[in-house]
Design a protein around this ligand. Sequence first.
Ligand code: AQP
Length: 338
Amino acid sequence: MPSQPRALSGIQPTAGSFHLGNYLGAIRQYVALQESHDAFYMVVDLHAITVPQDPAELRVNTRIAAAQLLATGLDPELCTLFVQSHVPEHAQLAWVMNCITGFGEASRMTQFKDKSAKQGADRATVGLFTYPILQVADILLYQANSVPVGEDQRQHVELTRDIATRFNGRFGDTFTVPDPHILKEVAKIYDLQDPSVKMSKSAPTPKGLVNLLDEPKATAKKIKSAVTDADDPAVVRFDRDTKPGVSNLLTILSAMTDTPVADLEKRYEGSMYGPLKTDLAEVMADFCTGFKARTEEYLGDPETLDQILAKGAEKARAVAAETLARTYDRVGFLPAKH
Ligand code: AQP
């Protein structure tokens, strides 16, 4: 058993850049938890193919995702960073988990409903339907105590808890029942143009999406054109219900500068929305400039990057293989003789 509690999370290589929602909602917590946890973080390429991917692009995006994780501050000496498909135990455990998950239970996953609605129900794959169950396997393989994610993933961690508890009850204590690690303030970052929906790479227009690898100037421009609230007088105040646009900007500035929202409200007292937007645009442009440079540095040395991922996969496999062997034994599979 590890001396530190375990953390596990993953991010999909489905775009050429992470967005600000990914960063504030999840990745910043990965970086913090690597200090206090035995942390496993992966680029989840198996999840990526639940929707159509161009193979060459997927390969490129997988390296870009790994480089970005390192650029945010993940340290391969402190955590285990790997690519999901390099550890075959994920797919193997997922099959066992598929066989103890109810069809009705899986049908209640709202992410599937949202994503399949976007694609048209006939085009959605069985993989998209079962992806929460693969996620169950991802988490349970490492006996994770803590799962840093955004609010949209809470239901999947709840499913993981249910299935772990059911498996333990039926076959004997096998899996750690994990807790979601969701920071309330940044659990859901909203689209800059439509602050009623979460920031997402599949938004109908990219205008409200802040991609961390975009040109910093373009990012500053997007922030300056963010939708604010049409109340009069224009007061900078946090209120998600009546002022969703300004509240989103305050949330982002607060998180990026580690300043309480109440202090920001005081700072902008008596001013319109302009100064808030200008300051946030500058903070984001600065952040993105450094982030882009660090990411490009890792991408400029693919050999080292691949070595980090190979080492990570080896460490991950050692843990995953043990859990899979125990699970196979518990369900009654005859051990293979070598
Ligand atoms: N807007 C968000 N606010 C807070 N957290 C967010 N996350 C995603 N969007 C937000 C968190 O980022 C982590 C990685 O997510 P992913 O790899 O599953 O990416 P995603 O959720 O597919 O990202 P998108 O842009 O939202 O994609 P689509 O359009 O496919 O739905 C997760 O922990 C997630 O919670």
